[in-house]
Design a protein around this ligand. Structure first.
Ligand code: FMN
Length: 211
């Protein structure tokens, strides 16, 4: 095994280094975030930095890159206060990936990449019709991360659209069964294969394996 220091890594070519660093934090869920701007123009973009922040209240965060690089999703969320997060399936991973392209603000990315928008009466933001696990959020807070000009966008879950056969007796959602897609770095996509579920860990007691 080699020992690489950040001084070594900093000497690497820019794109090679970015790929390497992007992979270190590991596999993440590939999600499409659906929004509209103040005039109702839909926007869709892929995000991998979606993270669980707490269950009660049900909070989800994601990291938005600096405004100059990725302005539309965060601006729309700021102006409407609403957005949807939609799991990507292998059947439309190519279209989801295409949504990372820098389309002009006036382009509807649902149409540009060939995905169908789905609106519920009381929710301004569009869902992705093709997605099997999706939820709507109401903006709670945008936390600027001064160190690298990124933002932690925090939302509370208001609505979930899911096939309930995916929800197991104890509330666990079988995302392997749903074929929810993982991504690694900024261009590689995977399906998940689970190998174990364990019971609540306690000191000095043996671990229970959940079937
Ligand atoms: C696999 C993958 C994951 C990505 N994850 C993020 C992310 O977590 N945060 C982010 O700001 N951009 C991420 N991007 C880049 C955005 O999709 C891209 O900047 C997009 O153009 C943003 O669009 P917007 O300006 O409509 O919000 C990712 C791109 C790919 C291909």
């Amino acid at each position: 095994m080699e020992h690489l220091t950040i001084e070594n890594i900093k000497t690497w070519e820019r794109f090679y280094r970015a790929n390497f660093i992007n992979c270190l934090s590991g596999f993440k869920t590939a999600s499409l975030i659906g929004t509209v701007n103040a005039a109702g123009q839909p926007n869709l973009a892929i995000f991998s930095s979606v993270v669980h922040l707490g269950s009660d209240p049900a909070l989800i965060g994601f990291i938005n890159r600096p405004l100059a690089a990725a302005p539309h999703t965060i601006n729309n969320i700021e102006s409407t206060g609403v957005y949807t997060i939609n799991h990507v399936l292998p059947s439309f991973a190519d279209k989801a990936h295409q949504s990372s392209a820098k389309y002009p603000a006036e382009v509807n990315e649902f149409e540009a990449v060939g995905l169908e928008s789905q609106f519920l009466d009381h929710i301004k933001a569009p869902f992705v019709l093709e997605s099997k696990v999706k939820y709507a959020l109401s903006l709670v807070e945008i936390v600027p991360i001064k160190y690298n000009q990124t933002f932690l966008v925090i939302g509370s879950i208001t609505d979930v659209l899911i096939d309930t056969t995916l929800i197991q007796q104890d509330g666990f959602v079988n995302l392997q069964e749903a074929s929810s897609t993982l991504c690694l770095g900024v261009d590689a996509y995977f399906t998940a294969e689970g190998f174990a579920r364990y019971g609540y860990a306690k000191p000095n007691s043996s671990l229970e394996k959940i079937q």
